[in-house]
Design a protein around this ligand. Structure first.
Ligand code: APR
Ligand code: PHB
Length: 431
């Protein structure tokens, strides 16, 4: 088989790249080791930055997203028995949309197949050859047979455990890493969210996060030990721990419901540089991992391939090499901004392993600063909603309204920032 761009991995990065290339008239084949059912039902992250929503909408993938996605204009910080809202849209003109990663994956697969695209599921890539030639070969195993895909370029979008990164000769890549001494226990529950916006809670017992997927489904997380045994967490213990860490504000209580899914997420930061070697271009989790506290993983994957799509279009359309040559440098600017933000959110909100009372005081001081300083909250907000694509270290986008501070108790502007997804939050609790 032959194609122009061979893509390894059908996560958000690989599928979106295939979709963007198709829109530029460039042929690609996606090889995915798991089944379609598996990738469409894997419960993962669920927060889309404004730029990701805009990318999906601009490329014809906005219909269900705008109908079912929950547009949020703020987040809540809960600590020391207090609750503070960070009014992101008021501060930046932009918003986030809650829409599960597997829904993005379903929409992308449907769009590729409807356009006649080729995604080979249960095709396990075992080796990449000839990456330093003009005709690389992707070798994969499918139905017990060894097959090969010849192409002009390979896009390694196969996640942290994929094979692509390992195809680069030793000594070329430099990796930067940090492991955190905790993990997240994630729960999907058939319970109407008891909040309208995401709640990030700092607590002596450990961090907790209240998120959601729909008006009927809550998504909740607890900080636990990195080697935690899921079997030690029956539903009753999970709810008791969530109550202890979240029911810290007078008059607020958790809504409980059947637990539909439970999982453990390790927490690590990881970057490999450069994101390219010869004819191999790496994107998404294959080259960078962030702890989920900043909700950046899926957004970084989409931002990488937005750059790659343009770079391949410039190469095939105009013979330009500059965008492909600059891909790694440009992408890494956003990657490192997100690395810092994710590390910062993680450090501010989790119970640290060594129980250092000095660091615990610093965390409360940092949270209080975010809750009381317009400048600090704006920094948090602009990182959380994501910098505009053209400006990776971004000042406020051109369309932003001048922020007011402190926010008044008025409804947020519907549609501010360009998306029409359902607005679930209109109150401002900040004072
Ligand atoms: N051959 C073919 N496919 C492979 C191989 C292989 N050898 N190894 C891994 N894959 C597939 C995986 O099965 C997975 O479907 O590559 C895909 C990678 O997808 P993701 O892990 O979703 O990575 P990415 O597309 O970069 O998206 C990043 O996913 O893990 C989350 O938090 C992360 O939200 C972020 C997003
Ligand atoms: C989620 O809804 O899964 C989610 C939300 C915010 C995060 C991480 C995960 O920071």
């Amino acid at each position: 088989m032959r194609t122009q761009v061979g893509i390894v991995g059908a996560g958000p990065a690989g599928l979106m790249l295939s979709h963007l290339l198709h829109r530029h008239g460039i042929d690609s084949v996606v090889l995915e080791s798991r089944s379609r059912d598996h990738v469409e039902h894997r419960v993962r992250a669920g927060v889309l930055e404004q730029g990701s929503v805009d990318l999906l909408c601009r490329t014809g993938l906005g219909e269900r997203l705008l109908r079912e996605g929950l547009r949020h204009e703020g987040i809540e910080l809960r600590f020391a028995g207090e609750s503070h809202r960070v009014p992101m849209t008021e501060l930046t003109g932009r918003a986030i949309t809650v829409y599960g990663q597997q829904e993005v994956v379903k929409d992308l697969i449907a769009a590729r197949l409807a356009a006649g695209g080729t995604i080979l599921f249960e095709a396990d890539v075992v080796r990449l050859d000839g990456l330093d030639s003009s005709s690389p070969v992707v070798r994969y195993r499918r139905d017990g047979r060894e097959e090969e895909l010849r192409c002009d370029f390979v896009a390694g979008c196969d996640g942290f455990h994929g094979v692509s990164r390992g195809a680069v000769p030793e000594g070329v890549l430099t990796s930067y890493e940090r492991a955190y001494p905790f993990a997240w226990l994630g729960v999907l529950a058939a319970a109407a969210p008891a909040v309208q916006e995401l709640v990030y809670a700092h607590h002596d017992r450990g961090f907790a996060l209240y998120s959601m997927r729909s008006p009927e489904i809550s998504r909740l997380y607890l900080q636990v030990a990195p080697d935690e045994d899921l079997a030690a967490w029956p539903d009753a213990r999970i709810w008791a721990e969530l109550r202890a860490r979240l029911e810290t504000v007078p008059g607020w209580s958790l809504t409980e419901g059947p637990v539909l899914e439970k999982s453990l997420t390790p927490m690590r930061s990881f970057v490999v540089e450069p994101m390219q070697w010869e004819r191999l271009f790496l994107a998404g989790d294959a080259v960078h991992i962030v702890p989920p506290t900043g909700a950046k993983g899926m957004n970084l994957a989409l931002a990488d391939v937005a750059l790659l799509g343009d770079a391949f279009a410039a190469w095939y359309g105009h013979g330009r090499t500059d965008l492909l040559a600059g891909y790694s440098t440009t992408a890494l600017r956003r990657v490192w901004r997100a690395q810092h933000f994710s590390w910062w959110m993680t450090s501010m909100l989790h119970r640290l392993a060594h129980d250092d009372p000095y660091e615990a005081k610093l965390q409360t001081a940092t949270l209080r600063y975010a809750a009381t300083s317009r400048a600090y909250a704006t920094s948090l907000a602009e990182n959380y909603v994501g910098c505009p694509r053209s400006d990776h270290l971004g000042p406020a986008p051109a369309e932003a309204q001048p922020p007011t501070w402190p926010p008044r108790d008025t409804p947020c502007r519907p549609g501010a920032g360009g998306s029409d997804a359902t607005t679930t939050q209109r109150r401002s609790t900040y004072s």
